[in-house]
Design a protein around this ligand. Sequence first.
Ligand code: 5GP
Length: 115
Amino acid sequence: MSNDTIFDKILKKQIPAAVVYEDDQVLAFRDITPQAPTHVLVIPKLRWERFAHLADAQAADVGVFFQRVATVATSLGLDGSGYRVVINNGRDGQQTVEYLHAHILGGRALTWPPG
Ligand code: 5GP
C-alpha cells in the first residue's frame, strides 16, 4: 500500500496541478483552495514530512529550499506589494498534508494575527 500524500502524487505527475515553477530542487503549484488572489505551494523534492524535521537536515538543502521560495514569490510578481510565506507544522499548526510545503500568499492585504 502506498503512503504517498497528495503532494507526492503531484510530484510524480500522477495527479494534475497548476505548476508555476519546477527545477531539480522544488516544485511550485497553485493551491486548489486559494486563500488569496495568489496562493502557491512550494514543495522540496527532498522529502521532509514537516518543518520540524528540518532540524536534522543539511543546512545547505534547507537554504536552497527557502531561496527557491523567494525566487518563486518574485517570479509571481509579488515582490513590490509584498506577500506572506506560511508553513504549518503539525496538528495545532493545522498541517493537513504530511509533506513539507511553504504557502506563498499575496495579491491582497493580509490580516494579522492569523486565526
Ligand atoms: P496545510 O494545511 O497542510 O498547510 O496545506 C495544505 C494545502 O494543500 C491546503 O491549502 C489545500 O488547499 C492544498 N491542497 C490539498 N489538496 C490539494 C490538491 O489536490 N491540489 C492542490 N493544488 N492543492 C491541494
